[in-house]
Ligand binder design. Sequence first.
Ligand SMILES: Cc1cc2nc3c(=O)[nH]c(=O)nc-3n(C[C@H](O)[C@H](O)[C@H](O)COP(=O)(O)O)c2cc1C
Length: 226
Amino acid sequence: MPSPIVSARRAVSWAVVGMASGTIVTSGYHSVHGHTRVLAEHLADGARLVPGARVHLVEIRAEDVTAGRWHDAGVLALLGRSDAIVLGCPTLMGSVSAVFKAFMEAAFTPFTTQAWKDKLAGGFTMSASQSGDKLAVPQQLAVFAAQLGMQWIGVGDMPGNNWSGGDRDDVNRLGSWLGLMSQSHADRGAEDAGSRGDLVTAERYGERIAWLTQRWVNAVSYETPG
Ligand SMILES: Cc1cc2nc3c(=O)[nH]c(=O)nc-3n(C[C@H](O)[C@H](O)[C@H](O)COP(=O)(O)O)c2cc1C
């Protein structure tokens, strides 16, 4: 439950957003076995809490990669119309997944034209190990966003599960700020993706990105709740 202070702040912001035009927040994600998809869905749910935000979730699909090249004109057009782009994929061999890398390389055209310049950006990843070298993924995504001229948004939550009373269900239990990190047990299906805390962190990150997009595009007053 949000604190009364947060609720009050939201009520004020809602009034302002009512006068502002909408924003488009799109998350493009790749998932092999569905765990990353669950994270993406919770992130989108959080973004949808923000009035005026039209939220799209698009899957970057292996079927759209031919001879190492990804192409989906519809997805690229949607990203071109978006105010914020949130990028996500599983950590595979300590890196972004191959399919997602093919998608990133397909952004060479908006790179050359800088058509995505000053959109907002964020990123997330899922892996099996607690670390699993997954920091490499938000680093790769943030560099990608920088090359495209986008402005990167990190996670705004303090770390959880870093003290004797900590718990797997804590918010930001993996203590990641560059991007959202989650972990799923390797022997469990997508129905057990992440932890409760990871999914809440995804919702909070999605909401933060959508609010900051309102602030960026419509000059709506917003501060991330503490
Ligand atoms: C080829 C391969 C490489 C992987 N590499 C890593 C890794 O480097 N670090 C890690 O923690 N997990 C690794 N994993 C585990 C996946 O990140 C994990 O299963 C994740 O939940 C998959 O997400 P998805 O269901 O969205 O595809 C790897 C899995 C596969 C199949």
